[in-house]
Write a protein that binds this ligand. Structure first.
Ligand SMILES: Nc1ncnc2c1ncn2[C@@H]1O[C@H](COP(=O)(O)OP(=O)(O)OP(=O)(O)O)[C@@H](O)[C@H]1O
Ligand SMILES: [Mg+2]
Length: 230
């Protein structure tokens, strides 16, 4: 109004100033994403930097599928979780491990599946110390359904087929029927072709676990570990 700046320059300034807002907001969003990427990278590199289990590569012949613990001691850090645990799970039988929350039941399951190794004593499969078995052989022998089931962002069909890649559709459906999940899968919008959310978000915990059990049935390994599977 006092003529210190021409009207054309004034309008240009206002338009340019408005244009600044969007990139500024975008830049702010990126700092959020960068922080998130930073913490994710830290978690992943922590896992990648873990020392690999030192296992042989040549498969060992197992006499049977007995799982046994001999005086096993184990702790995640300094505190011991399992103290001198011994038991035998007879082949073709069912062994239940019962105990209060936090007593170490899932830990026992993880030691059988070689996710961790015993600090003392021995975990044996078919009479052989698991430390003398190649990891791939342990994985082939054991079907493990964990307490916190994770499903992949894939169809129901593909999630079950992870148990045995190459299984036919009919075999997948038959395993689903045995795990009592055929009915709720059929009721889903696209049945077996329904894509499950990351982590299987759209299904209940029990339904997710049943799908994991179907995968374990499909795999048909000699040893099945069900961690709190109803
Ligand atoms: N990854 C881990 N790192 C450190 N400590 C752990 C880890 N997993 C379990 N623990 C600890 O080990 C102990 C045994 O845990 P575990 O999960 O084996 O118990 P649980 O008997 O399966 O319990 P629940 O019945 O609640 O499933 C707990 O004190 C727990 O806090
Ligand atoms: Mg548990």
């Amino acid at each position: 109004m006092s003529g210190s700046i021409e009207a054309s320059a004034f309008i240009t300034c206002i338009i340019l100033a408005l244009g600044l807002v969007k990139p500024l907001i975008q830049a702010l969003q990126y700092t959020d994403n960068l922080a998130m990427a930073g913490s994710t990278v830290k978690e992943i590199s922590g896992l990648l930097e873990e020392e690999e289990l030192d296992r042989p590569h040549k498969p060992v012949k197992l006499d049977n599928s007995q799982v046994s613990f001999e005086n096993v001691g184990f702790g995640y850090g300094d505190a011991e979780v399992l103290h001198g645990v011994s038991f035998k799970a007879v082949p073709k039988g069912m062994t239940a491990i019962v105990g209060p929350s936090g007593s170490g039941k899932s830990t026992v399951a993880r030691l059988i599946a070689s996710f961790w190794e015993a600090k003392s004593g021995a975990v044996r499969i078919g009479g052989v110390d698991v430390r003398e078995l190649p990891l791939s052989q342990v994985m082939e022998t054991i079907s493990y359904v964990s307490q916190d089931t994770f499903l992949f962002h894939l169809s129901v069909h593909e999630n079950i087929r992870i148990g045995r890649p190459g299984a036919t559709d009919a075999e997948v459906i038959s395993a689903a029927k045995q795990a009592s999940c055929h009915d709720f899968i059929s009721a889903l919008f696209q049945g077996y072709d329904t894509i499950l959310g990351d982590g299987g978000g759209s299904l209940s915990g029990g339904e997710r676990q049943r799908i994991a059990i179907a995968g374990a049935i499909l795999k048909n390994g000699p040893i099945i570990i069900l961690d709190e599977a109803a």
